[in-house]
Design a binder for this molecule. Structure first.
Ligand code: CA
Length: 225
């Protein structure tokens, strides 16, 4: 699995709802494919999907039939059901069939985003971090420890470069001293020179040219968002 961002297959036949949901999910940095029917979606079980969001009432193949196919092929992929039908019944059947979560229509798109985020965290890890941080058009995938530019090109960073970058981005707009950076990234027992931080910062600047990584005189470094 070398996807740059989480990939979501959204199966929803109501076009306006589908495009609203897609827009909300994409704001999280996720990539969303919309399918109008279960038949169409079933052809894309191998498109590197991380999460399925399924409407139950679909023309033709229902969400129930589709989840059966999904579970037969990729039982580990999480599924969120959305439905406007007899809600309690759908919820029970859906959960029994292996869905991981359920949302009754109408719901706020933001709620779906929150549920999806929780589920992605639970299944794919991420701990206390957000999975994806975005700064100056760079995406930092915290789970996979990768950085991408706005054209999805992966930028090669060493472990130290990544850790320093992450620390500064997580503390965006706050100046961090060389000592703080050393303790965070190299550990409290590090006995070498502060220059190690300067070297890493210089390399980060070179690799991430658009990042605003400032030297704060007398204080250290700061990433400006
Ligand atoms: Ca529907």
């Amino acid at each position: 699995m070398n996807d740059t961002v989480f990939k979501i297959n959204l199966v929803e036949d109501e076009e306006s709802l589908a495009s609203i949901l897609k827009a909300y999910l994409e704001k999280e940095g996720w990539s969303v494919s919309i399918f109008r029917t279960g038949e169409e979606a079933a052809k894309y079980m191998h498109n590197g999907v991380h999460l399925w969001i399924l409407d139950i009432m679909l023309p033709g193949m229902s969400g129930y039939e589709l989840i059966k196919k999904i579970k037969n092929n990729h039982s580990e992929k999480p599924v969120i059901f959305i439905s406007a039908r007899d809600q309690d019944l759908d919820k029970i059947i859906g959960l029994e069939m292996g869905s991981d979560d359920y949302l009754a229509k109408p719901f706020l798109p933001k709620e779906l985003v929150i549920r999806a985020r929780k589920l992605l965290h639970r299944v794919y890890g991420g701990g206390i971090h957000e999975n994806l941080l975005v700064i100056s058009k760079y995406k930092i995938d915290v789970v996979r420890r990768k950085v991408f530019d706005d054209e999805e090109n992966s930028i090669d960073l060493t472990a130290k470069e990544f850790d320093v970058l992450l620390f500064l981005v997580e503390n965006a707009n706050v100046a961090k001293s060389r000592r703080e950076i050393l303790e965070e990234v190299w550990g409290k027992d590090y006995v070498g020179s502060d220059r190690a931080v300067d070297d890493v910062v210089r390399r980060i600047r070179k690799k991430l040219g658009r990042l605003s990584l400032e030297t704060v005189y007398g204080s250290g470094y700061r990433v400006v968002s």
